[in-house]
Ligand binder design. Structure first.
Ligand code: GTP
Ligand code: MG
Length: 287
């Protein structure tokens, strides 16, 4: 069987998770316009008549890491990029200047001794382009693709190229992490991610980094209704107030968006029992 693993690497916000979702054809990783939306690596299986590919989405590597959370995320990401893979996709966003952060990621990419493809994302964007700043990279990478992950532009030719690096493997050579059906995360984590995404999309700049979501219970109440109990943990009481909002409006809104999406994903009605708690140590406990 032709089977292999492809690692995605890039600074935050370049569109790694969007690329994986649109390639797989369903949402496996949450996305947002805020940096480091992804907090742990997500492995998702793509399969067609040519073979199977595990795409490894990773958290965007931050240039500066001042807090515990982003330091831990960066550390974990560095471990993942050392895993053995068949191919690396180095994803860049040409609408952003090449800066310290990009150079840091490029330094890491250079050290990976595997075949690499340079993927320039967001070609649909009408924002100012800094493409000339990335021109020099074309000499370094044997293949360069300009894509729009969001519109799926040039994704198929890229996929054809990716398959050139995916070889036949014997049963013993097949990576163990191919045992899961599509995703390497369980439903509790998946649901907590969907709720966390709403926090990234609906709260200001700071709260998303002070918050995490824990799903404590998923119970099938009837064959049509699923009960889900979850907590949003924040580091401080003042963030708790902000997430709850005046008259509880904010948490209601977050819960309502999350509930609708979860219901769609599991194809059942969902009762979402969502609370906010202060836990100053969640970052150390969970990351
Ligand atoms: N215009 C445009 N926007 C895109 C494209 N791909 C992704 N985006 C947007 O870029 C933002 C970041 O996308 P993500 O997929 O979350 O980026 P990421 O690289 O996974 O980010 P981290 O998880 O934070 O590292 C989101 O607002 C996406 O909608 C694209 O092809 N074109
Ligand atoms: Mg991501």
């Amino acid at each position: 069987m032709r089977i292999g693993k492809v690692l995605l690497i890039g600074r935050p916000n370049v569109g790694k998770s969007t690329f994986v979702n649109n390639l797989i054809g369903q949402k496996v990783a949450i996305t947002s316009p805020k940096p480091q939306t992804t907090r742990f690596s997500i492995k998702a299986l793509y399969e067609d008549e040519r073979g199977k590919i595990i795409f490894v989405d990773t958290p965007g590597i931050m240039g500066k890491t001042e807090d515990h959370l982003s330091q831990r995320i960066n550390e974990k990401t560095l471990q993942i990029i050392n895993e053995d893979v068949d191919l690396v996709l180095y994803i860049i966003d040409h609408t952003r200047k090449r800066d310290f952060e990009e150079n840091k990621v490029l330094g890491l990419v250079r050290k990976i001794n595997r075949p690499k493809i340079l993927v320039i994302n967001k070609i649909d964007s009408e924002d100012k382009s800094f493409l000339p700043q990335y021109k020099f990279l074309e000499d370094e990478f044997s293949s360069v693709f300009q894509i729009s992950a969001i519109n799926r532009t040039h994704v198929d030719p890229l996929l054809n190229k990716i398959f050139e690096y995916i070889t036949e493997k014997s049963d013993e050579e097949i990576p163990k992490d191919l045992k899961y059906p599509i995703l390497n995360i369980d439903s509790k984590i998946f649901i907590s991610e969907l709720i966390r995404e709403k926090i990234f999309l609906m709260m200001g700049e700071e709260i998303p980094y002070r918050a995490t979501v824990i799903v404590d219970e998923i119970t099938e109440r009837t064959d049509k209704l699923t009960y889900i109990r979850a907590r949003i943990l924040v580091t401080d009481d003042r963030y708790k107030k902000m997430v709850i909002g005046s008259l509880g409006r904010k948490i209601k809104e977050i819960g309502s968006y999350a509930r609708k999406e979860i219901a769609l994903a599991i194809n059942k009605k969902v009762f979402l029992d969502l609370k906010v708690e202060t836990d100053p140590h969640w970052q150390e406990t969970y990351y």
